[in-house]
Design a protein around this ligand. Structure first.
Ligand code: PLP
Length: 375
């Protein structure tokens, strides 16, 4: 059986966890948390990073930071994971669902301006499969209408966007805030885990307070205040050192992990390109890089996709699809009337993800491709 995903362990995770345990400090914001945060800040140029227990938590922090209040509107793609939307709903936001583009599942920026109203407070683009959204257009609209941009970069670690000015920037450094995931299905992992990246530094101090249950404990530990207390709303968003130590082991192998994932992705692309008219392969826009988070096929119909899912399964290969468009979810339809978002539904019905993980062998990839090619 070839599973869809297999979490990769570098072999150093338990060593760093033992070190964290032996240090006697296993709650949050210790040595390993600092190491991870500094790594991301320095390598990619985020203003400030805070590890969280999930990307979901990082999105919830972002919603608190931009002061989402009941009635505020937040524009997000319908073709995404629940948390992208739920984080803002928790604070009373009204979600305005945007459609995907025809070319790929990312938000269609040509239709974005029409969704902006005087109540709009933020846009939350999702870099699907780690491929950049059209960020120049999104940031230009945000500046013009005075909106916040929160990148859902859950899948986008180590991926980049080149703007019209020719400057190449890491995904998650462009919006005011960004959220990453280290869930076991992502490129680098800590079981559950995530990170808030802060680029607009007006949010830096408050983010730390929200992260630490609404207290100024971080400032206290730095010696900036002589006692800490309840100063704002917040929650327990920071992970323990055990999780950070695990993540540190993964970070140390990031280049190796990325190299292997990209090699698998390329192999899929080369073997499947121009073989079969039942599906299309992912196209990477010129302004985006590929971080090999995901390899997907887009079939001509739901029936065709189901046929392939079944055929692969019969041959011991687990291929999966995802994202019931959020505008068609039970929760959304309880409070809102039905929407038509053609391309979101299109990907919902036709997209299929192939196995992609560090330990997938070349032989596995060949077997999978052969099953797909042989009609
Ligand atoms: C994985 C994922 C999330 C959620 O990440 P968690 O760390 O599991 O909370 C959110 N958005 C997108 C687009 C994702 O792929």
């Amino acid at each position: 059986m070839i599973n869809f995903n297999k979490p990769y362990l570098t072999g150093k995770e338990t060593q760093y966890i033992e070190d964290a345990v032996a240090s006697g400090k296993i709650s949050g914001n210790g040595k390993y948390t600092q190491l991870c945060q500094q790594f991301f800040e320095q390598k990619y140029g985020f203003g400030k990073c805070l590890l969280t227990t999930s990307c979901t938590d990082a999105l919830e922090m972002a919603a608190i930071l931009i002061n989402i209040e009941p009635g505020d509107e937040v524009i997000i793609p319908s073709y995404t994971f629940v948390s992208t939307s739920n984080a803002f709903v928790l604070r009373g936001a009204k979600i305005i669902f945007a459609d995907s583009s025809e070319e790929n599942p990312n938000i269609d920026t040509t239709k974005l301006e029409a969704l902006i109203t005087p109540r709009t407070k933020a846009i939350v683009p999702v870099h699907y499969a780690g491929m950049a959204c059209d960020m120049d257009t999104i940031m230009e609209l945000a500046n013009r209408y005075n909106l916040f941009v929160i990148e859902d970069a859950a899948q986008a670690v180590d991926s980049f966007y080149t703007g019209k000015n020719g400057i190449k920037k890491a995904l998650g450094t462009i919006g005011h805030l960004a959220a990453f995931s280290f869930h076991e299905t992502k490129n680098i992992i800590s079981g559950e885990g995530g990170m808030l990246a802060i680029n607009d530094m007006q949010f830096a101090n408050r983010a730390e307070i929200i992260w630490e249950k609404g207290t100024n404990r971080s400032a206290f530990f730095r010696g900036e205040v002589n006692k800490y207390s309840w100063v704002d709303i917040g929650s327990s968003f920071l992970p323990s050192e055990v999780i950070a130590a695990f993540l540190w082991a993964q970070i140390k192998q990031l280049n190796k992990i990325q190299e292997r994932r990209k090699a698998i992705w390329e192999q899929y692309y080369e073997r499947l390109n121009n073989t079969n008219s039942n599906f299309k392969l992912p196209q990477i826009p010129n302004y985006a890089t590929n971080n090999a988070h995901m390899f997907y096929l887009v079939f001509e119909s739901l029936e065709k996709r189901n046929e392939y899912v079944f055929r692969l399964k019969k041959n011991g290969i687990q291929a999966v699809f995802h994202y019931l468009s959020l505008h068609r979810s039970e929760y959304y339809l309880k409070y809102n009337k039905a929407l038509e978002l053609r391309w979101s539904d299109y990907y919902s019905e036709r997209l299929l993800r192939l196995p992609l993980y560090f330990e997938l062998t070349n032989t596995d990839v060949i077997k999978i491709c052969n099953e797909i090619i042989n009609e």
